[in-house]
Design a protein around this ligand. Structure first.
Ligand SMILES: [Ca+2]
Ligand SMILES: [Ca+2]
Length: 91
């Protein structure tokens, strides 16, 4: 492999990394914000939101059954994040 080719590949790889960072960062921060919201709602720290805990948030309370996709009576972090994912992109 020539040095020139290696240089070209390196530049291409760096450009790809930069593009991935630019595209991925807001998503990561949004997910983190939602994870922080989840942690704030999870008053007893059992990593799920009960109906009682959801009661402090009108929207969460009203949509509880809809968000609790596996119907176990608790909203897990995955279910919570999936809910925001659906709100953002309802297709
Ligand atoms: Ca809880
Ligand atoms: Ca559930």
């Amino acid at each position: 492999m020539t040095n020139k080719l290696i240089g070209t590949i390196t530049v291409a790889a760096l450009a790809l990394c930069a593009a991935a960072n630019a595209a991925g960062k807001p998503e990561v921060e949004k997910a983190k914000a939602n994870a922080d919201t989840f942690a704030a709602l999870d008053r007893n720290g059992d990593k799920q939101i009960s109906r009682t805990e959801a009661g402090v948030d009108r929207e969460l309370s009203d949509n509880f059954a809809y968000i609790d996709t596996d119907g176990d009576g608790f909203i897990s972090l995955a279910e919570f994040l999936a809910h925001f994912e659906r709100l953002r992109d309802p297709t």
